[in-house]
Ligand binder design. Structure first.
Ligand code: COI
Length: 335
């Protein structure tokens, strides 16, 4: 059997080689290119494909893969917003994903963003570079005692909630349309999103981007928040309305934001520019030059453990599907 891997990065070569060494019955080939209509034909001769990308999977690219006789598709990540499930179903694909490659990777990163914002690290970094080692006026705020609102309490949100509550001593509240039984004994759930928005000093969002949740945090939602709220988004850029965020930062309603994802990140993140000024994007330029905004280029997931698990879990599931067996993490694309 043969598996074709799209978008393989340098850091994934070693874990892929380890997987290959443990699965010598599988022929594996790869490209560093992501899956597009231009690259899809590279999978010719394969029985399954494995991919990861932040750019959408186009219908045309999926059609080409289908025309090559391939129906087993595995992604190496958790977010599925790059797919139109109708396309997958029209072409008869079975899809797997990797829902728990490392919830800690993302939850820890979100907690660092909170800490860096509240202790004003970007300002101290700037002062340090200019030789100014004075404390005043860059006084910080403690997380302890603050109300931290967690939107979405799946694998990642629940680790983040625990870090905030047990690590930092925050008063954690959470909202989820489908509360996590593992957190119920913590007594953290509120009944409505509005209640969370109104009560939180710090809000971190950990939900997938379903079409209905596009701009879940829009101007209306931000208006309901406390003055001086801090927002963290390590989930998907499309959950947060950029213009509403900018307006909130301008008015002081939002005291700071930690953003690992941006709605307009494609074409910016994973590229190298000569300087930050060379990024031709108004929203990015607006946000990138604020002391109270920290942008990380979709790196929250990016740890050695996560990358290893993304390769192993996706390759294992693709192999299981090709062998006619039940994969561990099948996606119900008919929901
Ligand atoms: C995800 O797992 O969905 C991520 O956001 C990570 C990225 C490699 C796509």
């Amino acid at each position: 059997m043969k598996i074709y891997v799209f978008g393989l990065r340098e850091d994934e070569i070693e874990p892929l080689n380890q997987w290959k060494a443990a699965n010598t019955d599988v022929d594996v080939d790869y490209t560093t290119e992501i899956l597009t209509e231009e690259t899809a034909n590279l999978a010719k001769g394969a029985d399954g494909v494995v991919a990861v990308q932040t750019q959408p999977y186009t219908r045309k690219a999926l059609e080409i893969i289908h025309d090559l006789g391939i129906s087993k598709f595995s992604v190496r990540n958790v977010g599925l917003d790059g797919f139109n499930f109708k396309d997958l179903n029209d072409f008869g694909f079975t899809l797997t994903y990797v829902p728990v490659y490392s919830p800690n990777a993302i939850a820890e990163h979100a907690s660092f963003l909170v800490g860096r914002l509240l202790r004003r690290v970007p300002e101290f970094d700037k002062k340090f570079q200019s030789g100014n080692f004075k404390w005043f006026p860059t006084i910080g705020t403690e997380i302890s005692g603050k109300t931290v609102g967690v939107i979405g309490t799946g694998h990642i949100g629940s680790v983040f909630a625990r870090i905030m509550q047990f690590g930092y001593g925050a008063n954690v509240i959470a909202y989820d349309i489908d509360p996590n039984p593992a957190l119920e004994n913590l007594g953290i759930y509120v009944d409505t999103l509005d209640e969370l928005l109104e009560k939180s000093d710090i809000i971190s969002i950990h939900t997938p981007l379903a079409p209905k949740d596009h701009h879940m945090l829009d101007a209306d939602a931000i208006n309901k928040m406390k003055n001086g709220v801090y927002l963290i988004n390590c989930a998907r850029g499309g959950l947060l309305d950029n213009q509403a965020l900018i307006d909130g930062l301008n008015s002081g309603k939002i005291a700071g934001a930690g953003l690992d994802v941006l709605e307009n990140e494609n074409g910016i993140f994973q590229n190298e520019f000569n300087s930050v000024e060379d990024v031709d994007d108004e929203v990015f330029q607006n946000l990138a030059h604020r002391d109270n905004v920290i942008i990380t280029p979709h790196t929250a997931f990016y740890t050695e453990r996560a990358v290893h698990n993304m390769i192993f879990d996706s390759m294992n599931d693709n192999k299981l599907m090709i062998s006619g067996k039940e994969p561990k993490n099948a996606v119900d694309t008919h929901k």
